[in-house]
Ligand binder design. Structure first.
Ligand code: ATP
Length: 285
């Protein structure tokens, strides 16, 4: 399923002294089946952008088309759009509230009037997709689970709606390295095996470089760069100028060290650091 934005702007607190232009004339096209990595410095507009993709926020001006339907028009079935375009917020496990894992994952389809038998099938499928064992976890209270398991249950709660697009805002934050890799692998397979279009918001250059077909780089409410990871990382000076250079690379090196990699401390230039990153994520060919 495709998402298209035309001249989209969004202003928080319009007409007040706190007015902030969070999106500034965005033109964007996400194609069916793509895996998009959305990156940008804190406050660049990533969260605001993704909330426009399923109609949670309405643009101050501009148009948004989901599968050809203009979702900014009056009378559009936004409930159906939100089913098709699933949004996983940061720390989604904070929104778990039911007594059992089953009830939590079943909540969305139940609200849509899906029949009991199909709900059970969907819950089973969604929990399996995120790497949890249905039989042993379905009757457990989400509050008895580990942080990583709760995160998976929350993602399963969006998957049970059978979305065609899955948007995730920093789905790995706060997880340990193994938990992070495991969740990212599942997300990648939802894209490559099930054909779900994915938009992944991440501060990890390593993750987006490895997983995405295409990167979108935001700065101050604008898209300043888009392209295949290899093309985007070539623009090291531009990335540096918008605060996306050295700190992310430092983080990447820390992560690689955590995994026992022998990482040099003496990276002197951005170009060297970039080449190192490209090599480590296998994009140096
Ligand atoms: N509810 C709000 N009210 C007013 N201003 C807001 C609100 N939410 C975000 N902003 C402002 O809009 C701009 C874009 O914020 P947004 O949260 O979309 O950025 P982001 O790239 O997702 O940041 P982060 O990486 O920290 O999540 C920032 O200047 C932010 O301060």
């Amino acid at each position: 399923m495709s998402i298209k934005m035309k001249n989209v702007s969004y202003i928080y607190g319009k007409g007040t002294p706190f007015e902030t232009i969070a999106l500034d004339n965005i033109d964007l096209e996400i194609n069916d089946g793509e895996f998009i990595g959305l990156i940008g410095h804190t406050g660049s507009g990533k969260s605001t952008l993704i909330q426009h993709m399923n109609g949670l926020l309405k643009p101050t001006s501009g148009k948004i088309f989901v599968d050809g339907t203009d979702i900014t028009e009056h009378g559009v079935n936004l409930k159906e759009i939100r089913r098709k375009v699933g949004l996983v917020f940061q720390y989604p496990e904070h929104q778990l509230f039911e007594e059992t894992v089953f009830k939590d994952v079943a909540f969305g389809p139940m609200n849509q009037g899906v029949g009991a038998e199909e709900i059970e099938e969907r819950v089973k499928w969604a929990l399996t997709e995120v790497g949890l064992d249905y039989d042993s976890i379905k009757d457990v209270s989400p509050f008895e689970l580990s942080g990583g398991e709760r995160r998976r249950v929350a993602i399963a709660g969006v998957l049970s709606m059978h979305p065609e697009v899955l948007i995730l805002d920093e789905p790995t934050s706060g997880l340990d390295p193994r938990g992070r890799d495991d969740i990212l692998e599942k997300i990648k397979s939802l894209n490559s095996e099930n054909g779900i279009t994915v938009v992944l918001v991440s501060h990890s250059m390593e993750d987006v470089a490895r997983l995405s077909d295409r990167l979108i780089v935001m700065n101050r409410g604008k898209i300043i760069l888009t392209g295949r990871p290899r093309e985007v990382f070539k623009e090291s000076k531009l990335l540096m100028s918008v605060g996306l250079g050295v700190p992310q690379m430092t983080l990447l090196f820390e992560r690689l060290r955590e995994r026992g990699w022998d990482v040099r401390d003496d990276v002197l230039t951005v170009e060297e650091a970039r080449d190192d990153i490209l090599k480590k994520v296998g994009l140096d060919a």
